[in-house]
Design a protein around this ligand. Structure first.
Ligand code: UTP
Length: 224
């Protein structure tokens, strides 16, 4: 299979050390034996911190986004270093470059592309662009809940959801730079229009990414 894996920056940089990068590098290498892998890395806390600094300067939301994008590319570079020579040694800045670099046979790792969306959208557009079979989104929750599981004890997790239902759930979210929730509206639109099979799993355990290929886990987003 051709698989796009989106890894939240908040997962990779939870502890601010090399361990998660190395654990993910190991899993990605294993998956790369049987599949063609593309990775999209998010911004996490450093992106939010930097965006906070520049927002205080009164710059536009697009420029805040641009700073966020630069941080995602630094995070992508760190994962690429952890993967050593199994990954292509440059970070694509757009989808055409990603496809071009994939012709090397190496794992391609990228961060953000343009303002006004998150790396979730990047992973779905990339999946559409390279005609991937599956997107695995490694995030900080077990799947999609009807409400915030950190705030509500009665929050329920969906094992499967349609893009329309998902849109309904996330439509109350804020859309400012650095504040996208685990999946943004652009991503949902792409999933819907191209029927991209997308699984959301808890990425705090990198093994869950492997499981998402072979067994039901997290939340599957599919058209009805
Ligand atoms: P992320 O998509 O990683 O957002 O990009 P996040 O909510 O911090 O995700 P986690 O924590 O990694 O899961 C960080 C910020 O960079 C900008 C946005 O402002 C986003 O909030 N960004 C990222 C873009 O504008 N365009 C992109 O293509 C990617």
């Amino acid at each position: 299979m051709r698989i796009v894996i989106a890894i939240g920056g908040s997962i990779l940089l939870k502890e601010y050390d090399s361990k998660k990068f190395e654990a993910y590098a190991e899993i990605i290498k294993q998956l790369n034996d049987d599949h063609e892998i593309f990775i999209v890395v998010g911004g996490g806390r450093p992106a939010r911190d930097y965006i906070g600094v520049v927002r205080d300067m009164g710059v536009s939301e697009s420029i805040c986004d641009e700073i966020g994008i630069q941080v995602t590319r630094v995070n992508a570079r760190l994962l690429q270093l952890a993967l050593k020579n199994e990954s292509y040694p440059a970070i694509p800045e757009n989808f055409q470059e990603a496809l071009e670099y994939a012709c090397s046979g190496k794992i391609v790792i990228m961060g953000g592309t343009e303002p006004a969306h998150s790396t979730d959208a990047v992973s779905c557009i990339l999946a559409e662009y390279v005609d991937a079979d599956l997107v695995i989104n490694a995030t900080s929750v077990d799947g999609l809940y009807d409400k915030d599981p950190n705030k509500f004890d009665d929050a329920k997790m969906f094992s499967q959801v349609t893009p329309d239902k998902l849109l309904e759930i996330v439509s109350t979210n804020d859309n400012k730079a650095g504040t996208y929730e685990f999946i943004d509206k652009t991503a949902i639109g792409i999933i819907k229009r191209s029927n991209i099979k997308t699984v959301i799993v808890n990425g705090n355990n990198p093994e869950n990414v492997k499981k998402a290929i072979t067994e039901p886990i997290g939340t599957l987003i599919v058209n009805e």
